[in-house]
Design a protein around this ligand. Sequence first.
Ligand code: COA
Length: 381
Amino acid sequence: MSQVSQTIVPGLADVPVAESSVSFIDGKRARLEYRGIAVEALARESCFEETAYLLLKGDLPTQKQLADFDDLLRHRRRIKYRIVDLIKCLPETGHPMGALQAAVAAMGMFYPSKDVTNAQSNWDSVVRLIAKLPTVVAAFHRLRHGDAPINPRDDLDHAANFYWMLFEREPSPAVRKVLDACLVLHAEHTMNASTFSGRVTASTLADPYTVISSAIGTLTGPLHGGANEEVLEMLDKIGTIENVKPWLEKAVADKGKIMGLGHRVYKVKDPRATVLQELAEKVFSETSRPKTYDMAVELERIAAGLLGPKGIYPNVDFYSGIVYASLGIPRDLFTPIFAISRVAGWLAHWLEQLKGNKIFRPEIIYVGKQNVEYVPLAKRP
Ligand code: COA
C-alpha cells in the first residue's frame, strides 16, 4: 500500500484532481473562458446550442456543424411516455431536482449507453441529455399543477422552446435572449462540486445517464445550486430599498453571510454577474423593472464599501434569480434551469474524463477504533 500524506485538505480546496481544457477562471481578473473564449462574448453574441458544441468539441462549430447539431437537438426533445408516466407518479410536493434526477437515471434504462468506448453511442447520449432535460423539467412543472405537459416545438431554439413548454407562449426576443444568456453563463465552471461528482462517477465507466444523474444530485445542495433562490428570500426579508443599508450594516456587523455575494475563486465581481445585469436591464425595459432588482443594485453599491475590501462582490447568483422571477419562473425551478445549462459542461467533462481515465480512489485517514473484540449478542446487556 502506498504511503499516504497525513495532511487533509478539507473540501480538496486548491488541490488539482485533473487536467482540463474545458474552461478557465482567473478570479483576480474577472475572467472566465470556455475553451479559451471569454464567457461575456459568448453570452452576448453566441447562443446555448453553439456554446454547448464549443464545450463538447473544443472549438466553435462551422455553420454546417452548428446547423446539424441544432437539428439533432430539436429532434431529440421528446421524452418517452413511460418517462412521463414515471414523472406523474412522483409527489407534486417534491422538488423538481428530485424529479429531474430520477427521470435522468431512468432514461439510462431506455437507451443503450453502457459501452462508453463507443464514440457514436456517447455522442447520441450527449445530444439526448442536452435535448431532453428541459422537457423533463417542464413536464414535471406542468404535471404537478395538474396540467398536461406541453409538447416541445421543433421550430423554436433551445431557450425559446423551454419557455414555450413552461408557459405555452413564445418569449419576446428580449426574454428569449436573457434566458438563452443565462443558459450560456451557467453552462460550465471548471471543477465545481457537481462536475467533480460527475467525473468521479464517470471514472467508474458508468453510463452517461448515471454520470449526469449523480451530478444533478450534487447540484441540489444549498451550498451549490440554491444560492439564487436564497437571494430572493433575503430581498423579501429586507423588504424595501430604504431598509437595504441598515439591514446590510447589521448583517455585516453580525458576521452574517450575504447571499449572492462572495466566491471561492472570484475576488472581484463575477464576470457572469456583470453581463447578466446588462442583459437584465434590457429585459426590464420591456417587462417591468422588479423592485427586487433596484434593491439588489443598492445592496451591491453599499456592499462594495463594506465587503469589497475583503474581495467580496456579487457572484452570478446575485442577479440570476431576480431575472428568472421577473420572467414568471417559480423559485424551485431556478436550480433545474442551472442543470439544464450545466449538463453541457458536465458532459464535456465526462468525455474528457474518459480519455486516459483512472478511477478516483482517494485516501482517508482512519481515526476510529482498532482491534476491538467481537462480543456475541447473548453476552451483551
Ligand atoms: N457575505 C458576508 N461575508 C462573506 C461572504 C458573504 N456572502 N462570503 C464570504 N464572506 C466572508 C466570510 O465571513 C469570511 O470572513 P472572515 O475571514 O472574517 O471569517 C471570509 O469572507 C471568507 O469566507 P469563506 O466562506 O471562507 O469564503 P469561501 O471562499 O470559502 O466561500 C462562498 C465562498 C461562495 C461559499 C461564500 O462567499 C458564500 O457563502 N457566499 C454566499 C452564498 C453564495 O452566494 N453562493 C453562491 C456561490 S456562486
